[in-house]
Design a protein around this ligand. Structure first.
Ligand code: FAD
Ligand code: FES
Ligand code: MG
Length: 279
C-alpha cells in the first residue's frame, strides 16, 4: 500500500498528492509517469511525476478530476493509502544543453512542465516559460515555474489574469523575434500540444510533446497506448511519452482518446447514482 503523506487542492478540481513511494522516488526523472490503482477493483490510470523527494521517499502527483477514478482519488485524505503505484515508467525527458528552450504548459500540464523546465535549467539552458489556463482561478504553480525560468508569460483564455491569449500567441511572437529559439517543449491537453507543434513547424524548431493516450498496463504489453509518429507505430508508455510534435498523427490520437467515451459516461452516471443513493 502507498500512503498519502499530504494532499492539497491547488485550484478547483485539481489536486496535489504527495505519496510515500521510496523505490519510485529513488529512480524518478523528469518526464516519467506512474500508473496507479486506488484499490483492487479499481482501473489503472497513468499520472505524470510532477516532483519527487529522494530523501523523504515521496512522489508528487497533480491531477484533474475528469471521471470516476480521478474523482474517487480526490476523495482520499492524508493518511489513506492506494493499492498500487507503479513507476517510474516511460523514458525520461531528453535533457541536454540546447541553448534557449521555450517550455509551454497548459492547464494541468503546468505540473509536468515544471520538473522538465527545472532539469533543462540545471543543464545550462535559458528557459522561457509560457503557462496558460482558461481563467485565473485555474492557475497554479506560477511561483514554482517562475523560479526555474529566465522569463515567464502567463496567459488566460478570458483575460482574468496575465495576458488574454492562448499560449500559442506568445509562442509565435518568440519564434518571430530576434532571439534564436533552439527547442520547444509543450505539455497540456492534446489539442494545445497539436497547435503548439503547428506553430513551431514553419520555423523548424524541434518541438517535444508528451502524449496522453489511454493506457492500461503502462509496460508495452497491451498496445492500448499506440500512437503514430512519423508513420511508425509507437507505444507511448515505453517509447514515450515524449515525441517529436511535428511527426505525431494528432487525429489518430484524438480518436483513440475518445474510444471508451460511452463507457466512461456510463461509469460516471452509475457512480453519481451510487453517491445519490447513499447520501
Ligand atoms: P474517465 O471518465 O475514465 O476518462 C476521461 C478521459 O480521460 C477519457 O476520455 C480519456 O481520454 C482519458 N482516460 C481515461 N482513462 C485513461 C487511462 N487509463 N489512461 C489515460 N487516459 C485515460 N492527468 C492528470 O490530471 N495529471 C497528470 O499528471 C496526468 N498525466 C498523464 C500521463 C500520461 C502518460 C497519460 C497517458 C495520461 C495522463 N493524465 C494525467 C491523464 C489521466 O490519466 C486521465 O485523466 C485519467 O486516466 C482519467 O481517468 P478517469 O477515470 O477519472 O476519467
Ligand atoms: Fe499497454 Fe502502453 S499502456 S502498451
Ligand atoms: Mg476511468
Amino acid at each position: 500500500m502507498y500512503k498519502i503523506m499530504s494532499r492539497e487542492t491547488l485550484v478547483p478540481n485539481n489536486h496535489l498528492f504527495k505519496i510515500e513511494a521510496p523505490a519510485v522516488a529513488r529512480k524518478a526523472c523528469a518526464g516519467q509517469f506512474v500508473v496507479i490503482m486506488i484499490d483492487d477493483k479499481g482501473e489503472r490510470i497513468p499520472l505524470t511525476i510532477a516532483d519527487w523527494d529522494r530523501e523523504e521517499g515521496s512522489i508528487t502527483i497533480v491531477f484533474m478530476e475528469v471521471g470516476v477514478t480521478t474523482r474517487k482519488l480526490a476523495q482520499l485524505k492524508t493518511g489513506d493509502s492506494i493499492a498500487n503505484f507503479i513507476g517510474p515508467l516511460g523514458e525520461p525527458s531528453h535533457i541536454e544543453k540546447f541553448g534557449t528552450v521555450v517550455c509551454v504548459g497548459g492547464g494541468v500540464g503546468v505540473a509536468p512542465i515544471f520538473p522538465i523546465a527545472r532539469a533543462l535549467k540545471e543543464a545550462g539552458n535559458k528557459i522561457i516559460s509560457i503557462i496558460g489556463t482558461r481563467s485565473k482561478d485555474l492557475l497554479f504553480w506560477e511561483d514554482r515555474v517562475r523560479e526555474v525560468s529566465d522569463s515567464l508569460t502567463v496567459t488566460t483564455d478570458d483575460g482574468s489574469y496575465g495576458r488574454k491569449a492562448l499560449v500559442t500567441e506568445p509562442l509565435k511572437e518568440l519564434l518571430e523575434g530576434a532571439e534564436k529559439i533552439d527547442r520547444v517543449v509543450a505539455i497540456g491537453p492534446a489539442i494545445m500540444m497539436k497547435f503548439c507543434a503547428k506553430t513551431t513547424e514553419p520555423f523548424a524548431v524541434p518541438t517535444t510533446v508528451s502524449l496522453n493516450p489511454i493506457m492500461v498496463d503502462g509496460t508495452g504489453m497491451c498496445g492500448c497506448c499506440r500512437v503514430e509518429v512519423g508513420g511508425e507505430t509507437k507505444f507511448t508508455c515505453v517509447d514515450g511519452p515524449e515525441f517529436d510534435g511535428h511527426l505525431v498523427d494528432w487525429d489518430l490520437l484524438f480518436a483513440r482518446q475518445r474510444i471508451y467515451i460511452d463507457e466512461e459516461k456510463h461509469a460516471m452516471e452509475c457512480a453519481c447514482g451510487e453517491v445519490a443513493s447513499h447520501g
